[in-house]
Design a binder for this molecule. Sequence first.
Ligand code: ATP
Length: 454
Amino acid sequence: MVQNSQKSGEKMERIVSLAKRRGFIYPGSDMYGGLSGTWDFGPLGVTLKRNIMQLWWKLFVEERDDMYGVDAAILMNQKVWQASGHVDTFTDPLVEDLETKQRFRADHLLKEAGLSPEGLSLEQMTQLIKDNDVKSPNGNALSEVRTFNMMFKTTVGPIDDDTSISYLRPETAQGMFTNYKNVLDSFYPDLPFGLAQQGKAFRNEISPRDFIFRSREFEQMEIEYFVDPAKWEEAFEHWRQQVWRWTQCLGLPDENVHELEVQEADRAHYSKRTIDFEFDFPIGKEELLGLAYRTDFDLRNIQNATAKNMEYLVKGTNTKFVPHVIEPSFGVERAVMAVLTAAFTEDEVNGETRTYLKLPEHLAPIKYAVSPLVRNKTELVAKARELYDGLKKKHGAVMWDENGNIGKRYRRQDEIGTPHCVVVDFQTLEDDTVTIRERDTTQQRRVPIEELVK
Ligand code: ATP
C-alpha cells in the first residue's frame, strides 16, 4: 500500500515535471513566485486542452440536433447568485491551524485521518476532530469548523457599495438557466433539449492542490438538459451513457473510471440524484466529472425571483410545466489531468527507459514531426521543408524538428506524444520516399511522400 502510494506520488511528480519541461502547463505567475491555485497552459498544453474542448463541442453540440450552444458573460447580476442559493450555501467547511493561521478543508483533514465526514454538521465535524485529536498537516491544534463561501467577490462599476457587488461565476450553469427563456423564444425547440456552454469558472478553494486537479480558476463544459419531469430518469440514463462515451473518446480505460452514487447528505443543495464519475488519478480515486438531476430548482428560483414565467407549453396541447434539468458537468483541467495520466507510459527501448505520452491521435497536440536526417545538407533540408509545408497546410498540427541526432528527436517527440515522426534522408532525394517512425511501437517503415500527404 505504502509502496503503491509512493509510486503514485512519483508518477504525479513525473507528469508535473514533464508538463512544465515540455511546455504543457506552467505554474501561474511563475516569475513572481506563483499564485496558489492558478496554472498557465503553454503552447502544447493549450492545444491539448482545445482538442479536448473541441471534441466535447463536436460530440455534444454539433453532432446533435437537440443542443444549443451559448457563451454567457462571466460577470452576472448579483441576484442570479442570491436566487441560485450560492450566496448562502456555496460553502466549504474550513478549519484554521491555531499556530500558523493556515486554513484547510475540514472534510479533507478528516478523510486523511481515516475518518468519515460524510453527512456531518459543522458541530459534529468539530467534535470528531476533538475526539480523535486530529491535527493540522503542520502538527498543530485546529480551530472549530466554520463555513467559507468560495465565490470571488468583486464590484462592478465606479461605485463600491452593496448594489455593485458581483461574483466571478463559480459554475457556468447559471449562464444557461438565465438564457433558457431567450433560447425558447428564439427557437422554440421540442423537449427534451439542452443548452451547452464552455468557459471559465472560479472558486476560492481553501486549499488548492494536486497540480491542476483543484484550482481556483478553471474551465468547465456543462450541459443543462431540459426534460418533461415525468421523463427525467430516461434522460439521466441517456447522459450516463454519454459520459461513458466521453471517457472512452478521451482514451481513458473503462476500468479506471468509476461511478459513485452520491448519498443525499453529500449532494449539492439542488440535486435529487447525483453520480460522480471518478477516475484513478495518481493522487487516488477522485471526481472527474458529475452528473446531476437538478429538478426544476433553478428555473423555479428564476421564476420566483423575477416573476417571469418559465413554463414550457407542449406544442399543440394545453400542457404546461416548468421543465426539469439533467446536468452533466465536466471539468476541463481534470479531463486534461486524466488524459495525461492515462497516456503517461514508461517502457524500455534498447536497454534504456523511454517515457512517452500515448495520447489518442485526435488529442495529440502535434500529429507529425518532420526532420531532415542531418541539418547541414541544404538539399535535404529543402526537401524536408517542402514536405513540412505540405503537411502543415493539410493537418496544421505539424512540428519542424532538426535539433540533435535522430534518436534524441524521437525521444523528445515521444515525450510530447507525437504519434508519427517523418525523416527525410538521402534515399528521399532519389525515390521520394520517407521514413515514418511510430511512437507506440517505435517501428519504422518507408512510405512514398505522395501517400503520406494524402
Ligand atoms: P469537488 O468535490 O472535487 O470539489 P465539486 O463536486 O464541487 O468537486 P462540481 O461543482 O460538481 O464539483 O463541478 C463540476 C466539475 O467541475 C467537477 O467534476 C470538476 O471536474 C470541475 N471542478 C470543480 N471544482 C474544480 C476545481 N477547483 N478545480 C478544477 N476543476 C474543478
